[in-house]
Design a protein around this ligand. Structure first.
Ligand code: FER
Length: 302
């Protein structure tokens, strides 16, 4: 009797999954974006909005440049494309720190540029002496042979590409960047940050690779973020090794529960961090404004 019942349950489960098809995950992901926001007492603003002109292109200062960068990946077996921001007066006689800045689920290596113009934000901050001179690498974080944001971008196969990017980043992109540009090659001079899926990637990769990165930023992190207990089994190691833990999210963002879970774990274990909850949704306003703040801390404050 029990055996019959369990067979029936397996049958039910199968038909259920089968009827929903593989887009089940995609539909759930879309629903997550619209989840109700429940705010706690810690979920408040740390920074005011940036000044109005923070991403206004100025003609009276030296400007950096964005160039295309190609590398061969053993993960995808293809040539992959990234964009690279070189700061004003990039000079081979100097050695620069590098920020790897990752995009969201619908993006590619152009997304940050389209959304927030990180080159303009950084040019302005560097001119004012408020940010370190740095190189910013804008990769394509979907490590698949076809890495374009086309078709069902929420499908499990496409989402898997964001996990596969870990190996692509560490084994292929970083070595290729460090072979071409005049950069520092130690953990103290490598930062990882990203928006949404890229925020989840940054948390997942950085916290488990503190030998590679020591500065971390996650803006509006998506549900690809692994549980905090899994990423930080030993809080003392993170306290000792991470130089910046920057978390942000808009208070109108249905994904805020992901960042809240991480932040509550950090608070519980006394892990120093910045938690900036602004009044935005899952949008470019919060990403630009938090990049503006993050850029003024990375590679300079602990
Ligand atoms: C999800 C909802 C949103 C999800 C990912 C996202 C992996 C990503 C959003 C973005 O990158 O903007 O459930 O699951």
């Amino acid at each position: 009797m029990l055996k019959k019942l369990s067979l029936f349950l397996v049958f039910l489960q199968f038909t259920y999954c089968h009827c929903l098809g593989q887009n089940d995950g995609a539909e759930e992901a879309r629903r997550n974006l619209g989840r109700e926001v429940v705010l706690g007492p810690a979920d408040v603003r740390f920074y005011p909005e940036p000044p109005e002109n923070y991403r206004l292109r100025r003609d009276d200062i030296d400007r950096g440049a964005i160039e295309a960068f190609r590398y061969q990946s053993g993960v995808t077996q293809t040539e992959r494309l990234a964009n690279v921001y070189l700061p004003p007066n990039y000079n081979e006689a100097k050695k620069y720190p590098v920020l790897y800045l990752l995009h969201g689920i619908g993006g590619d290596e152009t997304e940050w540029i389209r959304f927030t113009q990180p080159n303009v934000i950084l040019d302005n901050l560097i001119a004012e002496g408020k940010a370190a001179e740095m190189i910013i690498v804008l990769p394509n974080g979907r490590a698949l042979p076809n890495d374009r944001a086309e078709g069902e971008i929420f499908s499990p196969e496409k989402i898997e590409g964001f996990a596969k990017f870990e190996q692509d980043l560490v084994d292929y992109l970083i070595p290729a960047i460090e072979a071409k540009y005049s950069v520092r090659r130690d953990r103290e001079h490598r930062a990882l940050a990203g928006l949404s899926m890229g925020g989840g990637q940054s948390l997942n990769f950085c916290l488990t690779r503190l030998d590679t990165f020591s500065w971390l930023g996650a803006f509006s992190a998506a549900p690809n973020t692994k549980p905090a207990e899994e990423l930080i089994p030993d809080p003392e190691i993170v306290k000792d090794r991470l130089q910046l833990f920057y978390l942000s999210c808009g208070n109108r963002d249905g994904l805020i529960n992901v960042s809240q879970g991480m932040q509550r774990y950090l608070a519980k274990h006394d892990i120093p961090h910045i938690w900036n909850v602004d009044d935005h949704g899952h949008d470019a306003e919060t990403w630009g404004s938090n990049l503006y703040r993050f850029s003024q801390l990375v590679f300079q404050s602990r």
